[in-house]
Design a protein around this ligand. Structure first.
Ligand SMILES: Cc1cc2nc3c(=O)[nH]c(=O)nc-3n(C[C@H](O)[C@H](O)[C@H](O)COP(=O)(O)OP(=O)(O)OC[C@H]3O[C@@H](n4cnc5c(N)ncnc54)[C@H](O)[C@@H]3O)c2cc1C
Length: 381
């Protein structure tokens, strides 16, 4: 990361053909180091050695926004690979999982729709109707990250509207070249439309016909599989965010020592010292809470409260720490002379994707209150 990825960020940030070539070259180096695709075990084509090891690795990979792509464990492909590994048939694994993990193709996860609240996906409207041995899919999605140039998507569609809310939807593998799949446009996010992997696309599905053998897991298990994907995935996000926070923290401290104003270094101003101390506290708290949740998951616990706590707490901490680092850098913090501007832009989305802050707070409060309503109360452990 220090020698090959961070110094190459200005080239990678250009997102042009030269950047793509560089990604390919860096990926070869990662393969040669035996670190390729650390999110899945060797039997699925990766080099993973377990959930916790990968969590720790993400803290380093996450220091650069390009790290995950270079190490072959980029979202949403990593999550798609994990669920294909867990729930895919042998045929699905051969056709989609193997080339995905090998880095030969990319994928997208198509759940959120513009017309209904993504926070409450029981309201999804995209329908898949069984017709003989096929599913026929009709719907409208957006924020399908990475859909531009991807080989396939995993589409969350309602297959049984009359089932209980969490049994209505199914995840279906849809090759991107199926007639009726229209990747309409990359939706610009904070002014950035992206290219390929960095896009967040609007996608229309019109009379899209795929065989029922493309069903991932059982019919009606869409939410269960989504939960399987999102829980550990959030730990991995937060570990990457910790990498971002520590990098911003380092830049803030170094610059505060170097830059002088009003007769002395910024590091001697109490406001700046407060920012450093507050950032330290937030980073350390996030790190310990995340590792605690990771250990609980590794021991077989679902850790729903712990995961929701770190999701909203760390997303805010990420934004706070990077924002303070930007402020210490003055105008330079907003330029491309440092990675902070790009980091800040990307960090803002963390408070929305994979569940907005408010929904995670709701999950935490409801679960904690339930223990009090039942007379036990919440035990911190
Ligand atoms: C960068 C980025 C990448 C993404 N990638 C993907 C992807 O690859 N695939 C995919 O399917 N989706 C993706 N998403 C979509 C993301 O998952 C949704 O944006 C998210 O679930 C929120 O849904 P929504 O945008 O429809 O907001 P809504 O559900 O409409 O919510 C709007 C706001 O309402 C508030 N709110 C909601 N519920 C409550 C509540 N109970 N209490 C109080 N306030 C509440 C929150 O402040 C929330 O931000 C991505 C989003 C972003 C920003």
């Amino acid at each position: 990361m220090d020698e090959r990825v961070l110094p190459n960020e200005p080239i990678l940030d250009r997102e042009d053909d030269a950047a793509d070539d560089l990604v390919r070259a860096l990926r070869e180096e990662v393969r040669a180091l035996g670190l390729w695709a650390p999110h899945v075990p060797p039997e699925a084509g990766g080099t993973g050695t377990g959930f916790l090891d990968y969590a720790y690795l993400n803290e380093h990979i996450g220091r650069s926004l390009w790290g995950q792509l270079v190490f072959g464990c980029q979202a949403p492909d990593a999550g798609n690979a994990e669920i294909l590994h867990l729930f895919g048939t042998d045929e699905q694994k051969g056709r989609w999982l193997q080339p995905l993990v090998a880095g030969e193709i990319r994928s997208f996860f198509s759940m959120t729709e513009p017309e209904v609240p993504g926070s409450d996906p029981t309201t999804l409207r995209t329908r898949a109707v069984r017709d003989g041995d096929d599913w026929v899919i009709d719907g409208h999605k957006w924020f399908s990250s990475g859909a531009e140039g991807a080989a396939f998507g995993i589409v969350m569609a309602v297959t049984d509207p009359d089932a209980p809310p969490h049994g209505r939807a199914t995840q279906i593998i849809v090759p991107a070249d199926t007639p009726g799949v229209d990747v309409v446009r990359p939706v610009a996010v904070l002014g950035h439309a992206g290219r390929g992997w960095t896009t967040h696309c609007e996608v229309r599905y019109t009379n899209v016909r795929v065989p029922v053998t493309n069903t991932l897991g059982e019919v009606g298990s869409g939410f269960r599989i989504a939960q399987k994907r999102l829980g550990p995935g959030r730990i991995h996000h937060v570990m990457r965010w910790l990498g971002q926070m520590q990098r911003a923290f380092g830049l803030m401290c170094s610059y505060a020592l170097e830059r002088e104003a009003f007769g002395g270094p910024l590091a001697e101003k109490q406001t700046v010292q407060n920012w450093i101390a507050d950032s330290y506290a937030q980073i350390h708290a996030c790190r310990l809470m995340t590792l605690d949740a990771a250990h609980k998951i590794d021991a077989g616990d679902e850790a729903r409260v712990e995961i929701s706590v770190i999701k909203f707490y760390a997303a805010q901490a990420l934004q706070d720490v990077i924002d303070r680092a930007v402020q210490v850098h003055g105008a330079r913090g907003l330029t491309d002379e440092t990675p902070l501007g790009h980091m800040l832009m990307t960090a803002r989305a963390g408070r929305i994707y994979d569940g907005p802050d408010e929904v995670h707070r709701m999950v935490v409060a409801r679960r904690v209150l339930k223990t009090f309503a039942e007379g036990d109360g919440w035990e911190f452990s």
